[in-house]
Write a protein of this length. Structure first.
Length: 346
């Protein structure tokens, strides 16, 4: 007589076993940690010399080796000299391929590793340049960070190529990369040679701007028609922007216009009179993360409008100013605001 099946109550009360990390993943983590201790941090530029290049067979290479082993057993079983010759010929080809793959990466120089800021939910762009100082071409080089890979590039002798990859993000905060892998499987995909880069590279992930943000509070540098008033500051030159309908001819930079096809317009800042203040306390009924999204939206609108603006959030006061650096400073303050968001995903 078979034992009775467990009731739904008993089945639901049974403990659920969680799967731990796979053996391959743990081995990979231990190997990467060992490589970092062995190499240490990497000041730029980084030359991938022979001692930094590791190589192992790929899945295709493992199948190739098993096939050679089977061919060797068959040749020994039938005492077939042609079988021995073909097996040793293909084994020699595999050894040549291994050395060729290792040489394809050895000596490459990596420089200019940079991680650009992004908004939460959008990919952060990781950029670096690979240079070939040798006299032979390098083929099918790619960069990889976590699960994201770049498109493969070929390097002619003495040439340098930029590669980039997109890292997904899901929340605001700091984004730091621990290592970047530069690898190649050239020529036949039987082996993969790779080297680790450990750059000192981080950026910030801005909050996602609110899709439907309320209008900023009154008192900003807007005129009756809703445009940003550029006369808010007349003290310091703050840069140039593209001409828009309604701009005064006196603000056009005529010397710069003679060197380009567009009409650049001068922007000034320095006087807080008439500047917009984007304030945390002006959104008292919203939770913190929604406030950050609305403030992010306001910062982007203020920057696009061309007027001076400042930011006030708990613990941070940024005076009114203009320009991309000021925009980055305000958005970074929102990204690093404490209270719920830790390091961004990488």
């Amino acid at each position: 007589m078979s034992p009775p099946s467990p009731s739904p109550e008993t089945a639901s009360a049974a403990p659920v076993r969680r799967r731990g990390p796979g053996l391959a993943r743990r081995i990979g983590t231990l190997a990467a940690d060992w490589a970092r201790r062995r190499q240490g941090p990497d000041p730029e530029p980084v030359q991938l010399h022979r001692k930094r290049v590791y190589i192992l067979p790929t899945a295709l290479g493992g199948g190739y080796g098993l096939s050679l082993f089977g061919m060797l057993l068959a040749a020994m079983n039938y005492n077939n000299s042609m079988g021995f010759m073909l097996t040793f010929l293909l084994a020699g080809l595999g050894l040549v391929t291994m050395h060729w793959c290792h040489q394809n990466l050895s000596g490459v120089v990596a420089r200019g590793v940079r991680l650009r800021p992004a908004f939460a939910g959008q990919p952060a762009r990781l950029e670096l340049a690979l240079e070939n100082p040798g006299g032979s071409a390098r083929h099918d080089l790619e960069a990889r960070c976590d699960s994201e890979s770049s498109a493969p590039v070929d390097l002619a002798p003495g040439c340098c190529e930029a590669v980039h990859l997109e890292l997904p993000t899901s929340r605001r905060g700091r984004l730091r990369i621990d290592r970047v892998r530069v690898s190649t499987a050239f020529p036949f995909g039987l082996f993969r040679a790779w080297a680790w880069l450990h750059p000192d590279c981080e950026t910030v992930v801005y909050p996602a701007p609110a899709e439907h943000a309320p209008a900023p509070p009154a008192g900003g540098p807007e005129d009756a028609e809703g445009r940003w008033n550029e006369r808010a500051g007349e003290d310091d030159f703050a840069g140039l922007r593209a001409f828009r309908a309604g701009d005064s001819p006196r603000r056009i930079a005529w010397k710069a216009a003679a060197r380009s096809e567009e009409l650049p317009v001068k922007q000034f800042a320095g006087s807080p009179r008439g500047s917009a203040w984007l304030e945390w306390d002006s959104l008292p009924h919203l939770p913190p993360e929604e406030r950050l999204g609305v403030l992010c939206h306001w910062v982007l609108d203020a920057h696009a409008g061309g007027g001076a603006y400042g930011l006030r959030i708990p613990g941070v006061v940024i005076p009114p100013a203009l320009g991309p650096a000021h925009r980055h400073r305000c958005l970074s303050a929102l990204a690093l605001y404490p209270g719920g968001a830790g390091p961004a995903d990488g």
